[in-house]
Design a protein around this ligand. Structure first.
Ligand code: IPD
Ligand code: CA
Ligand code: CA
Length: 267
């Protein structure tokens, strides 16, 4: 196994244990509000600290980009770890067992290894570049849906950017008439991993952050999926606007919605 994947898995499992302990003892959870409908807890911070400690022990020079503590430049700026200690904090706070630790490592801008770990279901999604994607060690692949007809898609409401509600719900309504059904799970990292595993046929969301995307992205690609922005391009890490699925689903999602997004979301 890729040595960095080994470290990522070790770190994810340790962080997952922190999350489980807090989840089982909800009165220990302290919540602060970072922005509109945007929360962090003491468990997010403790899990993140443990992930960083585990990575730094193995790779003291690497650079870290983590949701709660930000950027910690290392001597090696070309190797970056992108960390979301708990993706799905609202679920975590509400005691809904659907959240994940997401860790990706990028070398010279290319993601080499990735882990998305749901500690509550003990589901470990992993990938190494060029080596495929796995769930608990078994190879996974995207679904073979041909188009949106009958497909099950995931999305998220723009709960942190409600100014986009009108355009978002117009797109949702249009897609809803085409697809079979929708899910809104509350964890973008797990949404991407579920698409990778063929549990969902596609996914779209407005305004994600790099740590929501980086782990799930490699897992999805290694499972045969594609991910683009709303124009079908590669600007999604910057814009945070993401469309994901097997190549045919992504094409159908893009063609179906290309004229519906306002100019400022079309990237
Ligand atoms: C959030 C989750 C959620 C998505 C939000 C993210 P967080 O991450 O991925 O599913 O809809 O856009 O911010 O804040 O729980 O790490
Ligand atoms: Ca997140
Ligand atoms: Ca988070």
């Amino acid at each position: 196994m890729h040595p960095m994947l080994n470290i990522a898995i070790r770190a994810a499992r340790k962080a997952g244990n922190v999350a489980i302990k807090a989840y089982e003892n909800p009165s220990s959870i302290e919540i602060d509000t970072k922005g509109a409908n945007d929360f962090a807890t003491n468990a997010d911070r403790a899990a993140e600290a443990l992930i960083i400690e585990t990575i730094k022990k193995a790779y003291p020079d690497h650079t870290i980009i983590a949701e709660e503590s930000g950027l910690a430049k290392g001597n090696d700026a070309e190797t970056q770890w992108i960390i979301d200690p708990i993706d799905g904090t609202t679920n975590f706070i509400k005691n809904i067992p659907h959240f994940a630790v997401s860790i990706a490592a990028r070398v010279k801008g290319k993601t080499e290894v990735a882990v998305v770990y749901n500690p509550m279901s003990n589901e470990l999604f992993t990938a190494a570049r060029g080596k495929g994607a796995q769930l608990n060690g078994y190879r996974i692949r995207v679904s073979n849906a041909k188009d949106l007809d009958g497909s099950v898609l995931a999305t998220a409401f723009p709960f942190k950017a409600k100014q986009h509600s009108d355009s978002y719900f117009a797109v949702l309504q249009k897609l809803f008439t085409r697809c079979g059904d929708f899910r809104r799970s509350g964890s973008a990292a797990l949404d991407l991993a579920y698409v990778a595993a063929g549990r969902l046929d596609g996914f779209f969301e407005i305004g994600l952050k790099p740590w929501d995307i980086a782990g799930g992205e490699l897992i999805l690609r290694e499972a045969g999926g594609v991910i683009t922005d709303f124009a079908g391009n590669n600007n999604y890490m910057v814009s945070g606007n993401v469309v994901a699925g097997n190549p045919r689903i992504v094409k159908d999602l893009l063609v179906s919605t290309q004229n519906d997004w306002p100019e400022k979301l079309r990237n």
